[in-house]
Design a protein around this ligand. Structure first.
Ligand code: SF4
Ligand code: SF4
Length: 89
């Protein structure tokens, strides 16, 4: 169980997909957000907290946070411009 999990700034995400490729458990998937595709963390429970997704993000749109701090539902995070899913254009 991960102590820290990624939080993605959906407004900044370019949708390059690098985080999707870097995640060995394959926890990300693209999701449509308006005219863009955003990469979304589909299931945070299997996340190991390795941080590889954050390391490979070329625009530092992913930051690692303590799990308890990203518990709000994805819809709430998305409305706030933050999501545990990531974006692609
Ligand atoms: S921290 Fe590691 S396991 Fe968790 S989503 Fe990122 S790459 Fe995947
Ligand atoms: S969060 Fe970063 S690495 Fe992932 S798709 Fe968006 S820009 Fe690319």
């Amino acid at each position: 169980m991960a102590i820290r999990i990624p939080l993605i700034d959906a407004d900044r995400c370019s949708g390059c997909g690098r985080c999707i490729a870097a995640c060995e458990p394959r926890l990300f998937a693209f999701e449509q957000l308006g005219w863009r595709k955003i990469s979304v963390l589909q299931d945070m429970d299997p996340c190991t907290g390795c941080g590889k997704c954050a390391i490979v993000c070329p625009i530092t749109a992913i930051t690692m946070h303590k799990k308890a701090r990203v518990r709000p539902p994805p819809r709430v995070l998305r409305e706030a411009g933050l999501t545990s899913h990531c974006s692609a254009a």
